[in-house]
Write a new protein. Sequence first.
Length: 229
Amino acid sequence: MGEEEQDEEEQSFEELGLDTRLIRALSKKSIEKPTPIQRVAIPLILEGKDVVARAKTGSGKTLAYLLPLLQKFFADSPSKKNLAPAAFILVPTRELCQQVYSEVTSLIESCRVQLKVVQLRSMMSASDLKTSLAGLPDIVVSTPACVQTCLTNGMLQAKALQESLSVLVLDEADLLLSYGYEDDIKALSAHVPKRCQCLLMSATSSDDVEKLKKLILHNPYILTLPEVG
Ligand code: ADP
Ligand code: MG
C-alpha cells in the first residue's frame, strides 16, 4: 500500500498526459510536480469530463483546469471558425480575474500558441467590452455579471455562444453565489450547450456549490481532497 502511495506522489505532469510545451512552460516557473488535486483532475479534464474539484485554498486548482483547457485548444485556435469564445472562466472578483488572466496569458506566451484571451471587467465601458469581444477571443476571463451585460447588450450573440462554447469554468464557485451572481449564472446557463464541458472549482462544499452543480454540470466527477471518510 505504501509503495502505491509513493508512486502516486512521484507522478509527473507527463504521466498525466500533458503536452510538452505546457510542461516546459511550467518548468520555467519552477513547477515540476503536480499537486494532488492536479494529479486527479487533469486526466479527467483532458478526457472531456465534467468535474467538481474541491480542495483547500492554495492547492493549485487554477492550473488544474487551465492546463487541460489550454491543451484542448492547442491543435487549432477555435476562434478561426467560431463567432463567439470557446471558453469562459467565471470568477467572483476583479482581483481573481486579473490573476487568472495573467496566469493564462503567461502560459500561452510561453507555449507560443496562437490563442487569444481577454478579461472583461466590471468597470469597462460598453465600447471597451465590445472591442474586447470583437477581436474574437478564444478564452474569456470574467465575472458572471460582465458576461450577462454582454449578452443583454447583444455584444455576445446567444446563438453564436451556443455553437462555440466548449468549456465553462466556475472558479471559486463557493464565492460566486455569495457575491450575488446567481441570476447572472442562471441566465448564462440557458445558453450553455449540452456538449459543453463544465468545471467547478471550490475550496469548500456548501449548499451554494450544490446549487451551482445542479444548475450547470452534467453527471460530474466529484473530486474532494483530502478525501473524507
Ligand atoms: P487554489 O486556486 O487552489 O487556491 P492556486 O491555483 O491559486 O490555488 O495555486 C496556489 C499557488 O500554488 C500558486 O502560486 C501557484 O502558482 C502554485 N502552484 C500551483 N501548482 C503548483 C505545483 N504543481 N507545484 C508548485 N506550485 C504550484
Ligand atoms: Mg483558486
